[in-house]
Design a protein around this ligand. Structure first.
Ligand code: PMP
Length: 434
C-alpha cells in the first residue's frame, strides 16, 4: 500500500506539492509525538503540522471534544450563526488573551486557513484607516493568497507594500550583527518613516511575526517589538501581529507578543487554535471595527468540530501550564543544541523561543573575508533532513536558501522524548556532514 499510494499521488497531484516530496511517508496512525506509516515505520514528528499540533497528534482531550459534538446531534455546518460550541470557544480564547487587549476586543471568524485571517486583517485596517499602503518585513511569511503574498517574502513596491528590515541579527542586512542588528533595523525603520521625502505613503498598517517561522525561526528582540509599537502608535498606524505559528504557548508565553508586553491592534490566529482542524480568526481593538454588516463573509467560518477541538486545546494548554513548560524545555533544548554547535562548524547559529527552534546550517569552507558570517548550506540542510528521516525524525527546513532546520515539537513533549529528538538530530548531523 505504501509504495502504491506514494506513486499514484505523485502522478496525480500538483507539481506544487511540498511536504510530500521530502517526506515519503504514508501516515496511517498517530499519537502524541509519533506518526506511524503504512510501511510500519514510526517517526518522531517535530513538524507537528507546521506548528499546528500543540498537544501532538490525537490528544485524548481533543478527540473527546470532537466526539462530544458528534454525539450531541449539533449541526456541523451553520455558517456564522451563534452556537453553544462557538460561544465556548470564544470565551476560552478571550481568557487566553492579555487582559488589556481582551477587554476591548472583537473577534472575526475567518475561514478556514491562516492566510484567510491575514487577508481579513489587511482588509480590516485598510477599511478602518481608508489608506492602502502596508509596512511589512523582509523574510516574512503570511500565507499563499494574493494579499498575504504581497506582504510576504522580499520584493518591495508590490501594491504599496514597503519592505522593512527584520531584526535578523545573524545575517544582519547592515553587516552589524553581534546583537546590534535589531538596533540598526529599528533605527532604519524610524528614519524612513520620519523622512518626509522617504516616499512612504501613509500606510494602513504594519504586519509582523513576533518570531519569523518560515523565514528561519528568527525571534524579534522584545525591545525591537516595543519600538515598532511606539513607532506605529505615534503615527496612528494599526499594528498587526501574525501569531498564526507563534500562538498557543509555542514560544513560552500563550501569545508571543506577551514577552514584550506589546499590545497589538490586530492579532491573527490559526493553526493550533483549531486543535488540529482548520480554524482561523482575527481579534482586534474594537475601535477598528469599521466594517458594515456582511463586509467580510465566507461560507466556512463556523467549523463546529474545529471550535470544539480548539477550545479543548486552549483550555488544556492554559490549565496545564504548557507555555511555561515550552519555555523551560525549549531553553534546555536550545542549550543542548548550542553545545552541538560548538562541535560542528557547519552550525552557524542556534536560536529560538520556547519550542520554536532553528538551527542555521552554513558552509564554513566557503567563508569569505567580505562576509560577516559563512554562506548558507542548503545542500547540507537537505542531507540533514534526509538523515533525520532515516533515523525516524521529522524536521522541516526554512529560512535563507532553506538552510535552517526547524523544530516545532508538540508542547506535550516529555524530557525523554526531547532527549531522543536531540540524539537523533546529532546523529543525523554527523552522518550528513560526512
Ligand atoms: N502566517 C504565518 C506566520 C504562518 O506561519 C503561516 C503558515 N505557515 C500562515 C500565516 C499561513 O497559514 P495557512 O498555511 O494556514 O494559510
Amino acid at each position: 500500500a505504501h509504495e502504491g499510494i506514494l506513486h499514484r499521488q505523485s502522478l496525480r497531484e500538483s507539481a506544487a506539492r511540498t511536504y510530500a516530496r521530502s517526506l515519503p511517508i504514508v501516515p496511517v496512525r498517530a499519537r502524541g509525538l509519533t506518526i506511524e506509516g503504512a510501511d510500519g515505520r514510526r517517526y518522531l514528528d517535530c513538524l507537528s503540522g507546521a506548528g499546528t499540533l500543540a498537544l501532538g497528534h490525537n490528544h485524548p482531550v481533543v478527540l473527546e471534544a470532537i466526539k462530544k459534538v458528534l454525539a450531541s446531534g449539533a449541526p456541523l455546518h451553520v455558517l456564522d450563526l451563534a452556537t453553544p460550541v462557538k460561544d465556548a470557544f470564544t470565551t476560552e480564547l478571550f481568557a487566553t488573551l492579555p487582559p488589556r487587549f481582551a477587554d476591548d476586543a472583537r473577534i472575526q471568524f475567518c475561514g478556514p486557513a491562516g492566510t484567510d485571517a491575514v487577508e481579513a486583517a489587511l482588509k480590516l485596517v485598510r477599511t478602518a484607516t481608508g489608506r492602502q499602503g502596508m509596512l511589512a518585513f523582509t523574510g516574512a511569511y503570511h500565507g499563499m493568497t494574493a494579499g498575504a503574498l504581497d506582504v510576504s517574502g522580499g520584493a518591495t513596491g508590490v501594491r504599496g507594500v514597503t519592505r522593512l528590515p527584520y531584526p535578523y541579527d545573524y545575517r544582519c542586512p547592515f553587516g552589524a550583527g553581534g546583537g546590534r542588528g535589531a538596533e540598526l533595523a529599528a533605527r532604519w525603520t524610524e528614519n524612513l518613516l520620519d523622512d518626509p521625502r522617504g516616499g512612504v505613503p501613509a500606510p494602513a498598517g504594519m504586519i509582523l511575526e513576533p518570531v519569523q517561522g518560515e523565514g528561519g525561526v528568527i525571534p524579534a528582540p522584545d525591545d525591537w517589538l516595543r519600538r515598532m509599537r511606539v513607532l506605529t502608535a505615534d503615527r496612528s498606524i494599526p499594528l498587526i501581529a501574525d501569531e498564526v505559528q507563534t500562538g498557543v504557548g509555542r514560544t513560552g508565553r500563550f501569545w508571543a507578543v506577551e514577552h514584550s508586553g506589546v499590545v497589538p491592534d490586530v492579532m491573527v490566529m490559526s493553526k493550533a487554535i483549531g486543535g488540529s482542524l482548520p480554524l482561523a480568526v482575527i481579534v482586534y481593538r474594537s475601535g477598528l471595527d469599521a466594517w458594515q454588516p456582511g463586509a467580510h463573509a465566507g461560507t466556512f467560518r463556523g467549523n463546529q468540530l474545529a471550535m470544539a477541538a480548539g477550545a479543548a486545546t486552549l483550555a488544556y494548554v492554559r490549565e496545564n501550564g504548557l507555555a511555561e513548560r515550552a519555555a523551560s524545555l525549549g531553553a534546555r533544548m536550545l542549550a543542548s543544541l548550542q553545545g552541538l554547535a560548538a562541535a560542528h562548524a557547519c552550525i552557524g547559529d542556534v536560536r529560538g523561543r520556547g519550542l520554536m527552534i532553528g538551527v542555521e546550517l552554513v558552509d564554513p569552507a566557503s567563508q569569505s573575508p567580505d562576509l560577516p558570517v559563512p554562506p548558507p548550506a542548503p545542500r547540507l540542510a537537505v542531507a540533514v533532513r534526509r538523515a533525520c528521516l532515516e533515523r525516524g525524525l521529522i524536521v522541516e527546513l526554512g529560512g535563507r536558501e532553506s538552510s535552517v532546520v526547524r523544530l516545532l515539537p508538540p508542547l506535550t513533549l516529555t524530557d525523554e522524548q526531547a532527549a531522543a529528538v536531540l540524539d537523533r538530530f546529532a546523529d543525523a548531523l554527523a552522518a550528513a556532514e560526512r
